[in-house]
Design a binder for this molecule. Structure first.
Ligand code: KIV
Length: 263
């Protein structure tokens, strides 16, 4: 059993060891990941892999609260971060109102919000009011419709400079760490070097301070599409389908339930 990390120990990990973050949406998987992961993220990606939607935008605060409560029930030892869903932080005041509700109803350790310089004031307001914030810069899934697709960032000097500006703004606003998503590896490396807080990458190469993956992607359970950066550590979909097929075969042939599974 690993000891639960604190914000201080997460920050001290920078330059010492890479941090491992994984998403979870329920108590069942959170309990499995709890002794292993450093940080569990209740990502609004649940809207896609759990809810079957085409993007994250329709996830609601009520849904995030329900799933964060479930994850916290299963994960007693991991540092838990909950995503603030799309539309819940248009202003600093609204963000505080919604993050306060999330904190009051769930024992999560921090919230994550997407955005750089444009969200600095919001991050500062949350931090000033006792809510720890993980930033999220680079490719922002909540902006997919506004940007007309998922676009890798850091492809030219202008984008690289904008990412560094965003990272510095998020850090100066008081975020204790940040996720960097969908960014050219070399640019992500420069971003990680530019700030003192840990920068946790997804699709951002191997020269950052940690990695995060969506659990249903890395366990091979989500079949709709596989981004280039996802490594499948398990062929989960095949294993599950095989098990359910075996169950069906045994039901139909009356081999299940057998004597040892019968009262
Ligand atoms: O929602 C999510 O799972 C995320 C990760 C992709 C970082 O934000």
């Amino acid at each position: 059993m690993t000891k639960k990390l604190s914000i201080t120990s997460i920050q001290k990990a920078k330059g010492d060891r890479p941090l491992t973050m994984i998403t979870a949406y329920d108590a069942l998987f959170a309990k499995l990941f709890d002794p292993i992961a450093d940080i569990i993220l209740v990502g609004d990606s649940l809207n896609m892999s759990f809810g079957g939607k085409k993007d994250t935008l329709s996830a609601t605060l009520d849904q995030m609260i329900y799933h964060t409560q479930a994850v916290c029930n299963g994960a007693q030892n991991s540092f838990v971060i909950a995503d603030m869903p799309f539309g819940t932080y248009p202003t600093a005041e609204k963000a505080l109102e919604n993050a306060t509700r999330l904190f009051q109803e769930c024992p999560a350790d921090a919230v994550k919000i997407e955005g750089g310089q444009n969200k600095a004031e919001t991050i500062r307001h949350l931090v000033d009011n006792g809510i720890a914030v993980c930033g999220h810069i680079g490719l922002l899934p909540q902006s997919v419709r506004g940007e007309g697709g998922y676009k890798v960032k850091g492809k030219n000097e202008e984008e690289a400079k904008a990412l560094i500006t965003d990272a510095l703004a998020v850090e100066q606003a008081g975020a204790f760490c940040m996720v960097i998503e969908g960014v050219k590896a070399e640019v992500a490396m420069h971003v990680a070097r530019a700030v003192k807080v840990p920068v946790i990458g997804i699709g951002a190469g191997n020269s950052v301070d940690g990695q995060v993956l969506v659990f249903s992607d890395m366990l091979g359970l989500f079949e709709a599409f596989t981004p280039k950066f996802v490594k499948k550590y398990l062929n989960g979909a095949e294993l599950v389908k095989e098990a359910v097929q075996n169950y069906k075969d045994e039901v139909e042939s009356r081999r299940f339930p057998d004597e040892i599974h019968t009262y």
